[in-house]
Every structure is written in C-alpha cells, then in structure tokens.
Design a protein around this ligand. Structure first.
Ligand code: ATP
Ligand code: MG
Length: 271
C-alpha cells in the first residue's frame, strides 16, 4: 500500500490504485486499463467518461468483482478487496431484464439471489414502484414497457439490493433527449432521498457534469485517467444550471480534453 494515498483510501467508499487490466485471448494480449487511480467518497456521485472501448465497463466490472484486475489494488470501505462479489448494486450497460419475468419479478432478482424471504422482498419492491414510475405495471412483462420504464425497472433492481454503492453503466443511453433530461432530474431526486455512493458511466459530457460531484475523463484504450474535474455546483440542481457559469466553463474544459483524446491519441492494438 502506498503512503501518499493512505488517508484517501481509508476514508473512501471505493478506491483504486494503479489498476491495470489486460485481456488475453488466443495468445494475444489487449491492454484495456493502465495505472488507474480512482476514488469515490461516501455519498458522492462520480462519473466516468471516455471514448468507446477505453475500459469504462471493465472498470465497473472490477469494482463489482466480476473481473479481476491484472495489477494494482482495489479497496472497498478501506478494506483491500480482490474479487468483492455481492458488495455493490450494479445496473449493467444493457438493462438485462428477463423477458419471461414480470416487472415485479425482474426487480426482485437481486434480492432472490441474496436469499431474502420472498414476501419481504415483494413488499419492499411494491413500496418503491411509485417512486420509480412503475406503479400499475408491476405485473406487465418488459416488452410492454417504454425504454425509460425498462431503465427504471433495471435501476430499481439495483437499488433493491440494498447496497450503499450503485454502479450505473450508461443508465440513460438508449433514451431520447427529453426523457433523458427527465430521468437525470429524477435520479438526482432519488439520490437526495437515498444518498448512495454512485459511480456512473456515460458518453454525455453534460450528463456527467449535471449529475456529478467529480468527473473522471479517460483516454482512449488502454484507458488512463486523463483528467479529474471537481464539479462545484450547488445542490439541488435543475437543468437551468447547464446554461450558466461555471457549468459552461466545465463543459468547455471536458470537451477540449475529449477532443484532444479523439485526435491526438492512437488506440493501442492487440500485442
Ligand atoms: N471479456 C473480455 N475479453 C476480451 N476483451 C474484452 C472483454 N471485455 C472487454 N473487452 C475489450 O476491452 C475493451 C474495453 O471494453 P469495455 O466494454 O470496458 O469498454 P467501454 O469503455 O465500456 O466501451 P463502450 O463505451 O463502447 O461501452 C474493448 O476493446 C473490449 O473489446
Ligand atoms: Mg461500456
């Protein structure tokens, strides 16, 4: 363990130091993440933004314990963790709702896996349906839901796991601009009610700034942290902030860094 980062690691909900990840396939090696230092304090919303393929989903998989890093160290709640399965709620890049299960039964999946009694799990899920805009649709199947409702159902499933860390991978990626803006405001309302620690992956600079306390900008693959920006905007926030300073300056800063990324850095191929 390094001394420079000790205090931050001890107090952070999530801390990564020098994390690297390589995938090996048919004898070839693909470097995906390199020397990543990252942290999220309790109750923070932290966004990760970067070019497609730079390792954002891989980073969340490492935090969730679904992938093992090739190097570096991960701490959760100040404790070193190798494969920390079951410690976080995770909403994957695809909503992964099971088509043969109703909305209610889909949201209960995480609790079932944890062995929580069905009656208790159902009553907790039903309590939250209204807040998630799903009331009246509990017994429908996913195909009967709008894109926004599917995303909210997948999100409710992650919240119902009861974990105090939520990993959200492009949670609003498939939505039109208007629905997306509504979902972002709704997420902030929900965050004020539950105060979870949230790590959010997005392609959208405005979304990252609007929702977050800090934004990490990653380089093209192999993903490295190019920039960490603290977003000093008062909460609660509404979309009015996006037309005002300092939001505009933050946005220009991130776009300039992203622009350099897409023109100046070549992706490293398989070795
Ligand atoms: N299990 C795996 N085996 C081999 N390669 C993988 C595996 N998972 C991911 N990769 C590769 O690692 C790289 C990073 O993938 P990842 O899904 O983390 O990117 P991303 O930043 O989330 O991209 P996007 O923005 O398109 O979702 C990609 O080149 C991908 O092909
Ligand atoms: Mg991804």
């Amino acid at each position: 363990m390094t001394t420079a980062t000790d205090d931050r690691i001890a107090s952070a909900k999530i801390a990564l130091h020098g994390i690297s990840k390589e995938f090996v396939y048919k004898g070839r090696t693909l470097p995906v993440l390199e020397s990543v230092d990252f942290y999220a304090q309790e109750g923070e919303v932290v966004s990760v933004i970067g070019p497609s393929g730079c390792g954002k989903s891989t980073l969340l998989n490492i935090i969730a314990g679904l992938e093992e890093p090739s190097g570096g160290t991960l701490w959760l709640n100040g404790v070193e963790a190798r494969r920390p399965l079951g410690q976080v709620g995770y909403m994957h890049q695809k909503d992964l709702l099971l088509p043969w299960r109703t909305v209610l039964d889909n949201t209960l999946l995480g609790l079932e896996v944890q062995g929580i009694a069905k009656v208790k799990a159902r009553s907790r899920a039903l309590e939250l349906m209204e807040r998630f805009g799903l009331k009246g649709f509990e017994r429908e199947y996913p195909y009967a839901l709008s894109g926004g409702m599917r995303q909210r159902a997948a999100f409710l499933r992650a919240v119902l796991t009861g974990k105090d860390v939520l990993l959200l991978d492009e949670p609003f990626g498939a939505l039109d601009a208007l629905t997306r803006a509504q979902m972002q405001e709704w997420l902030l309302e929900l965050w004020s009610a539950f105060r979870k620690t949230i790590v959010l992956v997005t392609h959208d600079v405005e979304e990252a700034l609007f929702l977050s306390d800090r934004v990490y900008l990653f380089s093209a693959r192999p993903g490295r942290v190019r920039l960490m920006l603290a977003v000093d905007l008062p909460r609660p926030r509404t979309h009015l902030v996006v037309t005002q300073e300092p939001f505009i300056t933050y946005k220009a800063q991130l776009l300039a860094a992203l622009g350099k990324e897409s023109t100046g850095v070549q992706e490293e191929p398989w070795r």
